[in-house]
Design a protein around this ligand. Structure first.
Ligand code: MF3
Ligand code: CO
Length: 247
């Protein structure tokens, strides 16, 4: 799989990213205390059908649903179930769509009802980490520069960076190589060039970075909160373009 997309591929992938941006905004509007993550997943799957796209997470290494919905101490790819969301929860909505072999992927952690100031600070700093990573995603910089920007900001705020999962190139598959880690050393790793498209998706823990990971269930080991947000970014001649821009 080439790391540089053609103009036609960029056009098709951009269309998918636009559709996903609409879908994630709709999904966010459905979140309220008392709804289950399973019900949200059903609504999202129905919406995907109406849009004429599929959700490739469903069936991916046996993952059972179209959406990954991770609550509180759940780090990533939470399986939607009958658990009702409660006032004060934080919810990571992570969605991937596909049509005609083109993919888009985006994620966002949002508040369910009223959340604590500490939870809000975690979400805010995680978003700042993403945008610091995006700022470093320019031609001539490296993947290590992105990881370093994210890690520095998280750790200087007293948080830790999950290392077991990371971002990835994307477009003609859901996950393409290489990985886009949320930690790193400046000047190391792949040099960024126009036409690259990848997802930056910091997973930031309130406490320690250790996680437990078994049968899709990933949780912080210390039980504290974890937050993540993800954008698809296209490297351009003079910088980058966020393809899933909505925050
Ligand atoms: N959306 C996730 C990502 O950001 C991937 C989901 S894993 C799956 O890479 F198994 F649920 F598909
Ligand atoms: Co991703």
């Amino acid at each position: 799989m080439g790391m540089i997309k053609t103009a036609k591929e960029i056009k098709e992938i951009t269309i998918m990213a636009d559709m996903l941006t609409e879908l994630i905004l709709k999904s966010i509007s459905w979140v309220k205390p008392g709804i289950s993550t399973g019900e949200l997943d059903r609504m999202i799957e129905n919406e995907m059908k109406l849009m004429g796209v599929t959700g490739p997470c469903k069936g991916y290494h046996g993952f059972p649903c179209v959406s990954c919905l991770s609550v509180n101490s759940s780090v990533t790819h939470g399986i939607p179930d009958s658990r009702l969301l409660q006032d004060g929860d934080i919810l990571d909505i992570d969605l991937v769509i596909e049509r005609n072999g083109f993919f888009a992927d985006c994620s966002r952690t949002i508040a369910v009802g009223n959340i604590s100031a500490e939870a809000q600070r975690l979400i805010t700093v995680t978003e700042e980490c993403l945008f610091k990573g995006i700022k470093a995603a320019v031609p001539g910089n490296t993947l290590g520069d992105i990881g370093f920007a994210i890690q520095s900001h998280a750790e200087s705020n007293g948080y830790s960076v999950v290392r077991e999962y990371c971002g990835h190139f994307i477009g003609l598959e859901m996950h393409e190589s290489p990985s886009v880690t949320n930690y790193g050393t400046p000047g190391t790793g792949e040099v960024l060039k126009p036409g690259m498209i990848f997802c930056i998706e910091p997973m930031i823990n309130q406490g320690r970075r250790a996680i437990t990971d078994r049968n899709w269930v990933t949780k912080t080991r210390d039980g504290k909160l974890s937050s993540r947000c993800e954008h698809m970014v296209l490297i351009t001649e003079d910088g980058n373009k966020i393809l899933t821009k909505h925050f």
